[in-house]
Design a protein around this ligand. Structure first.
Ligand code: PXG
Length: 291
């Protein structure tokens, strides 16, 4: 496996970053997770735009133009002969000294592109649905560390994930500081109620997920009503169907939340329809490369 590191493609073993890198010392950096399906990189421009917006928000200068970044990603896929891949792009503040001051790092930004396979959840969970629980760790408040920034500091999400795992499930439902539904640790949440779709709005402390946007587009194209509404746990418990969306997880049905069976406890018909349409889109949409 070859990994892109600062303009070079190195063997996985050789691709190393300094212990003085502020990405390592402070989580000072940004990232994206992207997928390619049969030589089509799904929503690549949207992911690149979000990456550069995250960087802009933390005053991090990415040393590549967007076009250069896209070309570096495609080249990494080609070098690794990957038709279907999970792509991780990481840009950190780079090497500095043992102080927070980012000015020491200027000009040293670290850019990494890893392309690999990913299996997030067992296939059985996609067929039968998964159980999730609400966890005590509250999602970061936007006024402190805005969840729109995909920063290298994912401890908020990891703490919630640990709480979910400790409760015997794979994913956590995170509320915001007001107690409203925000999102899961690496996925957005949707419910279906009376054949319409509901998901929390961005200002609830919810990342504007690219899969989330895609699902909203799919629903609109199928004439299904979509609402970005403030949701409580009550709304989740009393939904007819529930599912999560994310680049890594794709669309995964949820059939149990905090011990409450959702709907009839089976994967719902709207969820199945959206899963199918999403699968179709990944076959036709994206930026193509050839091996
Ligand atoms: N919310 C959060 C907090 C995320 O990190 C999503 C929602 C879904 O967004 P997209 O754009 O992917 O539809 C994410 C992104 C993982 C993993 O390994 C997942 C994400 C990020 C990092 C790791 O599961 N998902």
């Amino acid at each position: 496996m070859k990994v892109y590191l600062n303009g070079k493609w190195l063997d996985k073993k050789e691709a190393k970053v300094s212990v003085f890198d502020h990405g390592f010392l402070y989580g000072d950096g940004v990232f994206e997770g992207i997928r390619s399906y049969n030589c089509l990189v799904f929503k690549l421009r949207e992911h690149i735009d979000r990456l550069y917006n995250s960087a802009q928000a933390i005053m991090l200068q990415i040393p590549l133009s967007k076009e250069e970044m896209i070309n570096a990603i495609l080249k990494t896929l080609i070098i690794n002969s990957l038709k279907d891949a999970y792509i991780r792009v990481v840009v950190s503040r780079g090497e500095g000294d043992l102080g927070l001051d980012p000015r020491k790092c200027y000009g040293n930004e670290t850019v990494v592109i890893i392309t690999d396979k990913i299996v997030l959840y067992p296939q059985k969970l996609y067929q039968n649905g998964m159980a999730i629980v609400t966890v005590p760790t509250v999602r970061n408040i936007p006024e402190a560390l805005n969840p729109q920034i995909k920063s290298l500091n994912y401890l908020n999400n990891i703490l919630a994930k640990i709480e979910a795992i400790n409760s015997g499930v794979e994913e956590a439902l995170m509320l915001n500081h007001l107690g409203y539904v925000a999102e899961c640790t690496g996925d957005n949440i949707f419910i279906v109620k009376k054949d319409e779709l509901f998901t929390p709005p961005q200002y609830m402390g919810t990342l504007r997920g690219i899969t989330r946007d895609t699902v909203l587009e799919i629903a609109k194209s199928k004439g299904i009503g979509t609402y970005e509404n403030v949701l409580t746990r009550y709304d989740i418990y009393t939904g007819d169907e529930c599912f999560l969306t994310g680049t890594a997880a794709e669309i995964i049905p949820v059939v149990m939340v905090d011990g409450r069976k959702i709907g009839n406890g089976k994967v719902g018909k709207i969820t199945k329809l959206i899963m199918g349409e999403f699968r179709n889109l990944t076959k036709t949409e994206g930026i193509r490369y050839s091996l």
